[in-house]
Ligand binder design. Structure first.
Ligand code: HEM
Length: 206
């Protein structure tokens, strides 16, 4: 079991081309680096952020203007998130370009699609947590869109967003999605994504 794990992390043979930075541009690795940065800065932000339609925005202002290094941490979190959205999309373009979505890698392609959705929803819920008037408008649009789904819509909107107001999207439910449920799902899915890369024969031209 231990040997298996070490061999998996550090296989005996890797082709030269797989190591060429011009094949992957390290876009998957950069995405993971941004994810780690988001985890660290996100935990630091949680010490001072207070979710709630009235407290969200004021705590963001406090983080930016009163808490030592608060605005640095907030900016690092914000820009890492934007970087991750860009690198994940470019990573997907590279995978399409090199035809790496074809068998035997088709399952990892689907895992990647799941990761893409998670990354975009994380970015959106983070925007709602700012608690500004714009975030209230965005939450209202999202809730109204979900409510269009026949039968399940109203319940889905409540489960996904709670009760946002037109002036703030920062609800406790969005906070739990953004800070706990979605990051955990993305973390485990990324570990599975990495494991599958080796399982499918490693990164190499097909
Ligand atoms: C959280 C987001 C993601 C992370 C951290 C990530 C990470 C990685 C890493 C580190 C690799 C190794 C090669 C490389 O760096 O390019 C890889 C390969 C791969 N990724 Fe992702 N990925 C993500 C999202 C996606 C998405 C959105 C797709 C497509 C829908 C995707 C599909 C694939 C496939 C098919 C491979 C195998 C490529 C090959 O063997 O050439 N990934 N990923």
């Amino acid at each position: 079991m231990k040997d298996n794990f070490v061999n998996h992390l550090r296989p005996r043979f890797i082709s030269d081309r797989a190591l060429s930075v011009y094949y992957t541009f390290c876009l998957g690795g950069l995405s993971f680096l941004a994810f780690l940065m988001l985890g660290i800065t996100g935990i630091l932000l949680m010490f001072h952020y207070q979710p709630g339609t009235s407290s969200g925005f004021s705590s963001v202002l406090t983080i930016g203007s009163v808490i030592p290094y608060g605005s640095v941490i907030r900016n690092l979190h914000y820009w890492s998130a934007q970087l991750m959205v860009v690198t994940v999309n470019l990573h997907m373009v590279r995978v399409v370009w090199t035809h790496s979505y074809k068998p035997p890698k088709q399952l990892n392609w689907l895992v990647g699609v799941g990761l893409l959705v998670l990354v975009l929803v994380l970015d959106f819920t983070g925007y709602l947590l700012i608690g500004s008037q714009e975030s209230g408008a965005a939450a209202t649009v999202a809730a109204n869109l979900l409510k269009q789904i026949p039968g399940l819509g109203t319940a889905l909107a409540q489960i996904a967003l709670g009760e946002p107001t037109a002036l703030s999207g920062s609800t406790l439910i969005v906070y739990v999605w953004h800070c706990v449920a979605l990051p955990l799902a993305a973390f485990w899915l990324q570990l599975y994504h990495f494991w599958r890369i080796r399982r499918d024969g490693g990164v190499r031209p097909l």
